[in-house]
Design a binder for this molecule. Sequence first.
Ligand code: GCB
Length: 564
Amino acid sequence: MLRPQMNLCRSTVELSNMWKIRAHGKERPIAVSASWNDQYEDLFFEEGPVGYIYDLDVPYEWKDKRVRFYFSAVNTKSRVYVNDDLAIFNNVGYLPFECHPKLKYGSTNKIRVEVENKLSKDDLPAGQMPGFERAGNFPPANFDFFPYGGIIRMPYVEISSRASVLNINFRCDKSVPSQKLGLAEITIEMTDECIGKNIEVSIGDLTNTKKITSAKENFHFEIKNARFWDLDDPYLYEVKVRILSGDESTDEYRIKTGIRTISLDDRHMLLNGKPVKLLGFGKHEEFPVEGQGTFKPLIVKDYDLLRWIGANSFRTSHYPYSEEWLDMADELGFLVIDEAPHVGLEKYHYENEKTVDLCVEDIKRLIDRDKNHPSVIMWSVANEPDSAHQKSDGFFKKLYETAKECDPTRPTTMVSCVPFCEKSGGPDVAMKHFDVISVNRYYGWYNHQGKIEEAEKLLSDDLDSLYKTYKRPVILTEFGADAISGFHANPAQMFSEEYQSEYIEKLFKVANEKDFVTGIHVWAFADFKTAQNVHRPLFNYKGVFTRDRNPKMAAHTLKRLWRR
Ligand code: GCB
């Protein structure tokens, strides 16, 4: 699936006017792309179903066109109705879906999206298992961020010719950086109406044309003296596809992508054949008032702060972010670990056919959406599952294989916190399936509280033993400490800015000295909203920036450690 585009052959309408929300017997204006929770006080804990209403004028000229409704993300379950006819049901949050509803041309069409965001063990990210009501979070999230709901990302209507490009898959993993040789394999999927017409594909100044004989065509390009996408020179090539009928183009689609290779040796991740160390954060895509949504100034601001602090990477913890995030990473030269919305997985999910299928579908849809971004260097199929449970072995093997089938060109990981947050007890049984060993460790915070020196030793031994066991590159995907901005203590004590700063500096240095540690991500980039429980005074305060993006002491410390 391609996202909608405005170009010489396609028109795209952003459904960005105020929508109406129908909830609690009232109809009120509501903004998309943002969550409903913080827009009205009485919707803060709303789980739906609520109705989103939009009147769309559909010109008569669209009648002979391909009209596609594209929802960038709706959290979490939704049914789209057009003029009261069900057009699609979607149960995957954070990822796009599309439909081609029956329309009334030359008339106003009523769009209604029924959205439900009730946490349950059958949906992902997962709700808490029954039995946790007394001691658990409210809302009952089996994860540590606020379960925001609504049409969180922009919906579009795209109008194109019936002879249209449907998908583009760009691969360049066979390229040879040392010879500056770019080898690109481009697969184009099209509607059947394209068959018999011509297709023209170009990259840079190379162009190839052929007659379309099937709905899928492959192209190979050899780009001599290629300019490789790299952290210091994130050069993007334009790939342009045109469907031609005689001299006229009936459709066109352009993507910007980069030529680069990602590979591994037994200690490092290699970008264009050279070891690269990931320095950065796990973060969240959320902000006051908008909740989870696409707030473009925030994206710009966060990249500016990532640059300021000297980071080169981040993980889209714990769900896929807006596509705009990846566009910017491509353009600015950041490396992204792209994570599926799989947090809170446990035994129930491994044993239940429906949740297994849902996870497989998430992975396929994540990779389909993000496969052409050079910034995406690795897939993460889950964060902190109960990977000590025996059943997680087969489950994660399946997710690993799914990711590899969809994309053999990128490494795949699973982020483990075993043995610290396991439910089942015992060692991790699923990590062995993955290309990179990613672990979250909180020595000096959740265990050995307040004792940074002990934490240094424990972390060091732990990392060494992981490498000894797996002989693969290791990423410390999370370590961190809460600090409430303005809390100070001498000597450093938990929750003070001093403690967070000292903890991050000392543990960073421990991990940084080990050459098999190919990445170090601090948890977290900024403070964020989460569900209520006694450990969280309104927010998770592990950000090195406050929720409104002001630096804490630890941010200055990292800037000193990271800026080259
Ligand atoms: C973790 C989780 C993350 C939490 C963090 C914390 O291990 O992956 O979602 O927010 O710890 O602060 O406890």
